[in-house]
Design a protein around this ligand. Structure first.
Ligand SMILES: [Ca+2]
Length: 124
């Protein structure tokens, strides 16, 4: 499970090459909940993409249906997922790359935080 750190870190933060990174040893001990969550987000993308850089339409459909049906409505509707994919597709190549996938995660996280912090108006 260490490989993806090596794979991603140089792109996210430019570490001087050859620097032994303390971040690297982070995952040799038990990960925290947050680390596990981030790891899951990354590995879900990587395993869905199966070695490719993008999720094609079909793969994205499958991933959303199998992974996000608990937090999102309409995951049983292929056209709704297609529509969402088009909304995420910032470079309009018809596929979902890692950044676009992260936008989806961000969107979901944002929705979750709002639904938790906003008092339910009708309940008072
Ligand atoms: Ca794209």
């Amino acid at each position: 499970m260490k490989f993806f750190l090596r794979y991603l870190l140089p792109e996210i933060i430019a570490l001087p090459s050859g620097t032994p990174t303390s971040l690297h040893s982070l995952f040799s001990s038990l990960p925290t909940d947050m680390e596990s969550a981030i790891k899951t987000i990354v590995t879900t993308f990587l395993s869905s993409a199966r070695g490719k850089e993008n999720l094609d339409s079909k793969t994205f459909q499958k991933m959303v249906k199998s992974q996000l049906s608990g937090v999102m409505e309409d995951t049983n509707s292929s056209s709704a997922i297609k529509e969402m994919q088009q909304g995420l597709d910032s470079d309009s190549d018809g596929k979902v790359d890692f950044q676009e996938y992260l936008s989806l995660i961000g969107y979901i996280a944002n929705s979750m935080s709002q639904s938790k912090s906003e008092p339910t108006a009708n309940s008072s």
